[in-house]
Ligand binder design. Structure first.
Ligand SMILES: N[C@@H](CCC(=O)N[C@@H](CS)C(=O)NCC(=O)O)C(=O)O
Length: 209
């Protein structure tokens, strides 16, 4: 009756750990060492053919239900327990829209900026600036959206979990390199603190350390 969680301590890998702590389902962590290439093993590819963490196997389903992609995992878990994703209405689609916004935008843009500014063997100013500017633009979009609202949708939801790990780490990275680019994101800073102070969020981050 346990969820197997295949993950690592990265912004994408942290999301399902936080989710599982929030909803209280029993789970077991199977660490995948992505710097040693364990995401490319046949065993892992049988769970996620895309060879990236996170992924889960729900052993309470006959034969084991495999789910990969963090957004799909959080939707699956939310629907399994009926929490953190409204069943219908505008608010459901607000949660889904901000979930996909993170997977298609905030995560990849910050990730590519990190790659081109720190890991790439050749420093290409055009690529570094392009991904930095787009990351900053997206952080400003979220900051503006959070004006006059506590959470991303009406209530705390999977959209907050999806965006929290990337917004908090992205803000930290960009602030350390270009503090002038992320000044005055007061709504985002307030939301990062509210989400980060949740006991389940603290536990989800701690279990991966
Ligand atoms: N869209 C995917 C992104 C997953 C992803 O990029 N995972 C990274 C770690 S944060 C990974 O497994 N990297 C190892 C690799 O690319 O080989 C999701 O949201 O789950």
């Amino acid at each position: 009756m346990t969820i197997e969680l295949y993950t690592a301590n990265t912004p994408n890998g942290q999301k399902p750990a936080i989710m599982l702590e929030e909803i209280g389902l029993p789970y077991q962590i199977f660490p995948v060492n992505i710097s040693q290439g364990e995401q490319h093993t046949d065993t892992f590819l049988a769970i996620n053919p895309n060879g990236k963490i996170p992924a889960i196997v729900d052993r309470s389903v006959a034969g084991g239900q495999r789910v990969f992609e963090s957004g799909a995992i959080l939707i699956y878990l939310a629907e399994k327990v009926g929490k953190l994703l409204p069943n219908d209405g505008n608010n459901r689609f607000a949660v889904l829209a901000w979930t996909f916004w993170q997977v298609g935008g905030l995560g990849p843009m910050i990730g590519q900026w990190g790659h081109f500014s720190r890991s790439a063997p050749e420093k290409i100013p055009y690529a570094i600036d392009r991904y930095l500017d787009e990351s900053v633009r997206l952080l400003n979009v979220l900051n503006l959206h959070l004006t006059d609202r506590t959470f991303i949708a009406d209530d705390y939801s999977i959209a907050d979990i999806m965006n929290y790990t990337w917004a908090s780490s992205g803000l930290n990275f960009i602030r350390s390199a270009h503090p002038d680019k992320v000044e005055n994101l007061t709504e985002l800073d307030r939301w990062v603190k509210v989400v980060g102070d949740r006991p389940a969020v603290k536990r989800g981050l701690a279990v991966l350390k």
